[in-house]
Design a binder for this molecule. Structure first.
Ligand code: ADE
Length: 420
């Protein structure tokens, strides 16, 4: 074990953090079962792990699994504004090296990433691929000691696949995001609920009767659109992919370009993974008083430099809200500095979905430890047996029993002779 180093905001918050971490665990039965399993089998004995994740109560419970499995863990934040300072303090109290402060500067963010890399990880956990990117760009002498890593989010997987395509990826990565028991639940129901939670906590505005535009109809956009509709909003979807646009239309949403949606929208939420989705020309037509927020990984989806350039006045009417007055008197309200609104203005996804995401993480990390010699330096799917085990354990914890195929049905499904 290396000596404990850390950089967190306030160690006095540890007790409050501990209580919230336990509260979250009560909604994470699969992770709970894995803590017990990892305690018994120690699949990560003496493994140095560096994790770059949102420092939340749910992540703290993933940390418990990894430690129970025998890992020597260091944690840093995967976003400057998502750290829950009480959780960071509680983890330090628990003996884990944590480098994360809510509201940290860009320089501190990278200093913290490098502190996590000083641990000389054998396995990395990443959310957005900043850790892997920093390791490959500036700390490549450490690469030989890395057995493998995992990636939590869509944006990170896209970046890592680009690295693999360019021949730059120097160790195997398991794309946890792409597991069914991750993206179908976390990206859809998790982002759906936590994004609406962020919009409401930040503004306390009524959603019923409002027009909400959701940019992007991937799994996250679907969840946001579905939940906004559930609260009584009229929902517009903007898309660039014709198939997804058609799906949004047939799911009952209005579909149109952002330039047409912006003048009608009380809320605009981006969830595309791309940059300048709300762009400079949209500010010419945006509705007075519109609330704009981002639910994508990076703060690039809203053209913030353009907005700031246009503003004649900037005020902060509430926490997590900046109001920009434009030359013609219209106001635009930006939430959470354009960073992940669900984590910066609320508490991130509910524990019950992170339960499945982080069960995939823990089992994938154990898989890397056991099988790294068989894994090519590429981006890999979560092994399907892990995905179905997570679903099975979750159903079991929810007291839901399902049917099983009879022998006759099994044979029928794998045969071709029987037809009309
Ligand atoms: N990403 C989204 N929600 C999260 C949460 N609650 N914990 C960790 N990562 C997250």
């Amino acid at each position: 074990m290396s000596a404990q180093k850390f950089d967190v905001s306030d160690l006095a918050l540890a007790e409050a953090g501990r209580k919230r971490i336990d509260w979250a665990l009560s909604e994470m039965p699969v992770v709970h079962a894995l803590i017990e399993r990892f305690t018994r089998h120690k699949p990560l004995r003496d493994t140095r792990i560096s994790a770059c994740l949102h420092v939340t109560t749910e992540t703290a419970n993933l940390a418990r699994v990894l430690i129970a499995g025998g890992a020597d863990l260091v944690l840093c934040a995967s976003n400057p504004l998502s750290t829950q300072d009480d959780v960071a303090a509680a983890l330090v109290h628990h003996g884990i090296s944590v480098f994360a402060r809510r509201g940290e500067t860009h320089d501190d963010y990278y200093r913290h990433l490098n502190a996590a890399l000083d641990h000389r990880p054998q396995i990395t956990l990443d959310d957005g691929a900043d850790l892997v990117s920093e390791l490959h760009k500036h700390r490549h002498h450490l690469l030989d000691g890395v057995l493998g890593g995992t990636e939590e989010t869509t944006t990170g997987v896209l970046r890592l696949r680009a690295m693999a395509r360019a021949g730059a990826l120097r160790y195997p990565i398991i794309a946890v995001n792409d597991a069914m028991t991750k993206h179908l639940f976390d990206n859809r129901y998790g982002t759906g609920q936590s994004t609406l939670d962020g919009l409401i906590r930040a503004t306390n505005f009524l959603m019923a009767g409002k027009t909400v535009t959701v940019a992007g109809y991937g799994w996250c956009g679907r969840g946001i659109a579905m939940r906004a509709r559930g609260l009584g909003a009229r929902v517009i979807v903007t898309e660039v992919d014709p198939v997804r646009a058609l799906e949004a239309l047939m799911d009952g949403f209005h579909v149109m370009p952002m330039a047409v949606a912006a003048p009608e929208s009380h809320f605009i939420v981006t969830a595309t993974g791309d940059k300048n989705v709300v762009d400079d020309p949209h500010f010419d037509v945006i509705k007075d008083g519109a609330v704009i927020a981002n639910a994508g990984h990076f703060d690039v989806e809203i053209n913030l430099p353009a907005l700031r350039q246009r503003a004649v006045e900037r005020t902060q009417p509430r926490p997590s809200v900046e109001e920009y007055r434009l030359k013609d008197g219209r106001h635009v309200r930006l939430l959470a500095e354009g960073r992940l609104v669900n984590l910066a203005a609320a508490e991130g996804h509910p524990s019950a979905v992170m339960d499945m995401s982080f069960a995939n993480q823990a089992l994938s990390v154990a898989h890397i430890r056991a099988r790294h010699a068989d894994l090519a330096k590429a981006v890999h799917d979560v092994p399907p047996e892990i995905d179905s085990e997570v679903a099975r354990l979750k159903l079991q914890a929810m007291d839901v029993v399902i049917d099983t195929l009879t022998a006759e049905q099994g044979t029928y499904l794998s045969s071709w002779q029987e037809g009309t």
